[in-house]
Structure formats: C-alpha cells, structure tokens
Design a protein. Structure first.
Length: 327
C-alpha cells in the first residue's frame, strides 16, 4: 500500500495546506458508516410485511453475507491501487476454509483443481516430467524449473531428460518469471502437438529439445513377486487402479503365490469408487465404507462389488504410514 506521510509540523510551504486531523476524523467516520450501515440495513430487512422477525439463523447468514459483499465492493472502489477481483475472491475463500480449523477442508483455485482432476482421472496430455520450481531466488540466481524425474516411457523420458536438468525456456519464453501454474499450462496440452524446451545440464551445457505431447498415464500401481509372496503397491486410486490391481493378482496366481503384501504407504488418495472396487478384490462381502452427514440425503453406504479375487486363506499384510490418506 502506498504511504502518504504527514509533515512533522502543522506548518506548510506557502500556497499549500495540510489538514492531517481533518483527514483522520473523516476516515474514521467513513469506516463507522461503512461497518454499521450494512448491518442496520440487514436488520431492517429482517422483518416481513407484518413487522414480524424472520428466522434468526437465516437473518444472521444474510447479515454476514452482505457484509462480505460490501467489503469486496469497497476494496474494488476505494483501494489506493486497482486490485484483481480474483485475488480478493481467492483470499476470502482461503480465509473461510481456514476458519473451520479442519485440515481436510481446503479451497482449491482453478489451476489446482485442474491439476487434481488430471491426477484423479488417471491421464492427461503432457510430456511426462515431474518438475519443481523454487519459490524465492537464492543469491539472485534465476528461478528456473528443475526436473525431479521423468516418467518412464513418456516423451520426456525417451528424449533423455535427466533428474536435475533445468528447463530454461519453454517455446522461447524464460521460465524464470513464470509461476508453477503457468509452467504446467505450457507443458500440458493436446496430444500430438510439439513443445520446444531449452535444457541446461550442469553448469554450462545447454541444448534444445522438442517434445511431442502424448497421453500421460498417472502411475497408480506397482507389483512384483518376492519369493512366493505377491507385492502390490497402490500409489493412488484412479479409474485404472482396480484393473491394474486385477492384473497384478492374476500375475500372482500364475506364480502360485502363498501370501500377499498390500502397500498403501504414502497413498495420497483419489476416487472413492476406485477404492471400493479395489477393496472388493479382497473382501467377500459387506460394507466397505459409509458416510454420515447432518443432511440425511447425503448419507451413503458403499458395499463390496462382486466376489473377491484373493482367497480368504491367503495371508495379507497391509502396510500404512502417516501419508496413507486412503488406508
């Protein structure tokens, strides 16, 4: 916010006058009018034609909703600089969800929601690179995008891009000033279209790479045989997780497995229906999960679907940790 300091003395150069006390009083009166005027209006509207008070809870909700709207409008009209309304909106939404004190309730802006949808749907158009970007500059160095790792058998992996490589430019535009959302928007896109990258490896080696975007499948399962034990790791629950799990169990069967390890460590969650389908591979019947809400119509019970693939006489060990959101 810009500051306009008052002079130390009440005197002023000839031809100029300063009225600090007047401005302070005027600002205070304006704030009082701004705060109390909407409240008075709301209470006045809280009575019907017969003069009777409406429901107290509804009246309180309307009161605070109106105040929030008035604050939004006031900032838009009177703040010393023009403010992006999206910035105010997202700040207000974050504040409301933070006020709940619930770590599992959060506001997702459009960019994060798009990224989450891509992940939970299991595939998207892109180049197949896990990337990171510093949030602040160290020693005034440019904040280029760093490759954490390429996803196997994707355009980025086939082009030989390595962990630790820096993406200096995307289609001729430096990544230094781009936000992470802007970088993702430029790397992702319609499959079949090219994207040109400038890669820096080490201190000096720089070379261009042209990648053709393809459908990138989000890794969801890993499995292997450990002796006569089948090992199945579920990374997340996407639309493909149940099918990949069925394929893994089929592979275990062909190798005459005698026990099974189900690894849910660091499983960050995903789709509820996918989790129910996976559970049905291990459970013969019954309730998998149920939800209870203060709104009766939102109460749901999810039961197993079909018959279990893993016989009840096969010992199963389940691995979880603090990162197991869906365990």
């Amino acid at each position: 916010m810009k500051k306009f300091p008052f002079p130390a003395k009440q005197t002023a150069p000839e031809g100029k006058k300063y009225y600090p006390l007047v401005w302070i009083l005027a600002t205070g009166i304006l704030c009082l009018v701004f705060v109390f005027a909407p409240v008075t209006e709301i209470f006045a509207q809280g009575r019907d034609a017969g003069g009777r008070n409406q429901d107290a809870d509804s009246q309180t909700v309307r009161r605070y909703t109106s105040i929030i709207q008035n604050v939004f409008d006031f900032i838009q009209r009177h703040y010393v600089e023009q403010v992006d309304p999206k910035l105010i909106y997202e700040g207000a939404m974050n504040g409301m969800f933070n006020a709940l004190g619930d770590p599992y309730s959060t506001f997702l802006p459009e960019s994060e929601m798009t990224d989450l949808s891509d992940t939970t749907q299991g595939s998207f158009g892109g180049v197949g690179l896990y990337i990171s970007k510093p949030t602040s500059s160290i020693d005034n160095k440019p904040m280029y995008v760093e490759v954490a790792s390429p996803i196997e058998d994707t355009p980025g992996w086939r082009a030989g891009i390595n962990p630790g490589d820096l993406i200096i430019e995307i289609d001729g535009e430096s990544t230094d000033k781009l936000s992470m959302d802007e970088v993702l928007a430029r790397l992702r896109g319609k499959p079949g279209l090219d994207v040109r990258l400038l890669i820096r490896r080490g201190e000096r080696l720089e070379f261009p790479v042209t990648l053709t975007r393809a459908i990138i499948e989000v890794p969801t399962t890993k499995f292997a045989m450990i002796g006569d034990t089948g090992y199945l790791k579920l990374i997340s629950f996407t639309p493909m997780t149940a099918d990949r799990s069925r394929a893994a169990i089929t592979e275990f069967r062909s190798n005459n497995y005698r026990s099974l390890i189900l690894d849910l460590r660091n499983n960050y969650g995903g789709l509820l229906n996918s989790a129910v389908e996976v559970s049905s591979l291990f459970l013969d019947g019954g309730i998998v999960v149920s939800t209870r809400s203060r709104i009766p119509s939102e109460n749901h019970v999810f039961n197993t679907r079909g018959s279990a693939m893993v016989p009840s006489d096969i010992p199963v060990i389940v691995l979880i940790n603090r990162g197991s959101a869906s365990a």
